[in-house]
Design a protein around this ligand. Structure first.
Ligand SMILES: *Cc1c(COP(=O)(O)O)cnc(C)c1O
Ligand SMILES: [Zn+2]
Length: 398
């Protein structure tokens, strides 16, 4: 069943609908029988391990073996910041971001519904993922991107997997408006995170991280927030596992935004319940360059219910954290993902995170998504002749 998060109106699972008639956003209500958690132990490590919690027909799944991503304890950064730190590496998904979890379930729903065309607006990763899953499912795919604002790796993926790619003279929020009109006209099935079935796939991050910790909740989950679908989805997953009796406690959900794209963090910091959109959002972290988050109501609810918080970070703090994570722990992530580490650092410095907290940072996408940022952050390779002494002289000084 699909339910409005504001007025509670219910819709059938097979209705193609993105907003309630009251204008608010929708959520899928998952009805799960009593299942012992041992059920999940000997299954393959992907999102479908938890298929009883996914409200689509798992027999017809469109899957690239997404999920089951690395869960790395980060001793060095943890020690430096005084926390027990784990990093969930979502860049290890098939197309290099967590979006694959949502697209697997979302395109499975599209197949269930019998549609033949899917589409999305995207800052990059949504289109990279959807184009691959559409190819896998044999669906046609159209994507709308903000012209000149999509990282090269992501654009390459969307085009290479065969989507029809449109570049709009505007930002992500404009792109979403345009593609939504086409979806409401019935031209295509929209797979942005306003589609509640997308979030059903993404909630598996919440499942995995408590399972990774041996069926325990961390004290806190920190992640970058753009459209705010992911923070809402992870919270949904964790509360479903709590309600199933698999875990007792829940983590404080902590969202990080870039300082000039921070409508949710601004609201949280000001103690306001409503989120005021940011007119011209800007940040080097293009994946979270969003001024009017579609799932802001869900995200505010998740932060409030979990006793969590939100924080802002600057582009410089993001770039420093990206390099720090890569060079201290060997984990290469795109700029938006590094916002979680930058945010953790800031929250520790401000005293908002307590010493010894067990923290899980979600790093959402792979470093190769945005090769220009990575290359710009480094020295050029040193030109040498084939004489080994030239190299010897340098490496002895390292
Ligand atoms: C989509 C995306 C985000 C933002 O997720 P939301 O669900 O929109 O809040 C963050 N990081 C990366 C790498 C992404 O692709
Ligand atoms: Zn409603």
């Amino acid at each position: 069943m699909i339910r409005c998060i504001s007025c509670g109106k219910e819709y059938d699972d097979d209705e193609i609908i993105y907003n309630c008639t009251c204008g608010s956003i929708l959520e899928v209500e998952t009805e799960v029988e009593d299942i012992p958690r041992e059920t999940f132990e000997n299954r393959r490590d992907n999102i479908w391990k938890y298929k009883e919690f996914l409200p689509v027909n798992a027999d017809n799944r469109v899957s690239l073996d997404e999920g089951g991503t690395p869960f790395c304890k980060c001793e060095k950064i943890g020690k430096e910041l005084g926390v027990d730190l784990y990093v969930k590496v979502e860049g290890s998904n098939p197309t290099g971001s967590f979006k694959d979890r949502g697209m697997s379930v979302g395109t499975t729903k599209a197949v269930d519904l019998g549609v033949n065309m899917v589409g999305c607006a995207s800052t990059g990763n949504t289109s990279a993922s959807l184009s691959a899953y559409a190819a896998r499912a044999g669906l046609k795919c159209a994507v709308v991107l903000p012209s000149g604002k999509v990282a090269l790796g992501k654009l390459a993926q969307a085009m290479f997997h065969g989507a029809k790619v449109f570049a709009i003279d505007g930002n992500f929020d404009d792109a979403l408006k345009t593609i939504t009109e086409l979806a409401l006209d019935g031209e295509l099935y929209l797979l942005n995170s306003i589609n509640p079935f997308r979030l059903e796939g993404q909630k598996t991050i919440g499942f995995e991280l408590v399972h990774d910790l041996g069926w325990e909740s961390p004290d806190r989950v920190i992640l970058p927030v753009g459209n705010a679908g992911n923070i809402s989805a992870i919270w949904k997953g964790i509360t479903e596992f709590r309600d199933a009796g698999y875990i007792k406690d829940t983590p404080m959900m902590t969202g990080i935004q870039a300082v000039n794209s921070a409508p949710i963090a601004n609201a949280v910091k000001a103690g306001e319940d409503t989120v005021t959109p940011v007119e011209n959002p800007d940040t080097i972290a293009t994946a979270i360059r969003i001024g009017a988050p579609v799932s802001s109501v869900k995200a505010m609810r998740a932060i409030k219910e979990s006793n969590g918080t939100a924080e802002t970070v600057t582009d410089d703090e993001i770039l420093d954290a990206q390099k720090y994570l890569a060079r201290t722990e060997g984990i290469g992530v795109e700029p938006a993902s590094a916002a979680s580490i930058a945010g953790l650092k800031k929250l520790v410095e401000n005293g908002d995170v307590d010493k010894g907290e067990r923290v899980v940072c979600i790093v959402t996408g792979h470093v190769l998504k945005d090769p220009n940022v990575a290359i710009d952050a480094c020295e050029d390779p040193t030109p040498v002749s084939s004489d080994p002494n030239e190299i010897r002289n340098v490496i002895r000084t390292l």
